[in-house]
Design a protein around this ligand. Sequence first.
Ligand code: TRP
Length: 323
Amino acid sequence: MAKEVILSGMQPTGMLHLGNLEGALRHWAQLQNDYEMYCCIVDWHALTSDFGDTSQLRQSIIDVAIDYISGGLDPEKCAIFVQSQVKEHAELHLLFSMIIPIPWLERVPSYKEKSVELGLDSYGFLGYPVLQAADILIYKANWVPVGKDQLPHIELTREVARRFNGLYGDVFPEPQGKLSQFSGILGTDNRKMSKSYNNDIYMGESEESTAKKISIMYTDPAKIRMGDSGHPDKCPVYLLHTIYNPDHKTIHAGCSSGELGCVKCKKMCAEATNTALKPIREKRAELEKDLPFVEKVLASGAERARARAQKTMEDVRKAMKLL
Ligand code: TRP
C-alpha cells in the first residue's frame, strides 16, 4: 500500500533553536520512517515579512538545511528542499489566488495580528496562507505536522481544497494538522522560545554561549537565596532539565527542598544540555565544512519534490481545462 504523504516547512529566518528542535524536528524525524515525507524550507514565505533586507537569506537557507539534517532528518528518507527551487508552488499559488475570496484571508488570525504589529500591508503578505495551501496541496499531502498556532492555516488549506474540488472536480485530499506531543520549550525570559523574542538558544550554539544564556535565565522569583524552596514545575530551567538531564528527579527534589541553589542548578542544566546536544553539534560542524554535500541534498530533494509537484500540476491544469 502507498504510504501517506506528509509535507512540512519552516521559514529560513536563521539558525534553528531548541524550541524548533524539540517541538518540531524530533517529531519529523520519527515520522519520516512511516510516511512519504517532504520537508520544505519556505524562502518565499520569509519574503512576506523580510523583503527589505535579503542579505542574510542565502545563509539562513543553508543554516536551516544544516539544522534539518543534524537534527535527524535523513535525506535518504525525506526530501529536503527549498520552496523557490520548485517553481510549481508559484503556479499553484497563482491559480488558487483566483478562487480565494479576500475576506477568507482577512479573517486569518495571523494576518490580523501581524499586519498591525509589524505594519505589513503587501499583496504577498495577505496571500501568505494561499502560498502555504499551495505548498501543502501540491504534494496532495494527507498530514501536516505543525504547532497549534498554524492550525488556522491548515483549516484554510482545507477550505481551498474543498473550493477547488467543488469548482473543477476532485483533485486534492483535505489535509489534517498533526500536533507533536511536546508543545514547546520556554525561552530564557520564560516566554515561548522564539527568535523574535531574542530569548532562544540555538541548536548550533557553542557550549560556552549555551552556559552563559542558561546562567542568566529567568527562575522562580520566590526563590531568592539558597535555602529558599523553589517551584521547579514553574521554572524554565527545570523544563530544560526534564528534557536533557536524565537525572532531573534529583534536581526537582533539591530545588523543592531548597538544598539546591539556582546557580548550581543552572550549571548542571548547562552541562546536561551541552552533553545531550553534542552529537547534533558535531554533525552540524561536519556539515558546515561540507557545503557541497548540503547543496547536493537540496538539489536531489528538489528533484524528488518537483517530480510529485509536476504530476499534481498536470491534474490541476486538466481539471481547469488549461492547456
Ligand atoms: N507558516 C509556517 C510557519 O510559520 C511555515 C510554512 C509555510 C509551512 N508553508 C508551510 C508549514 C507548509 C507547514 C506546511 O511555521
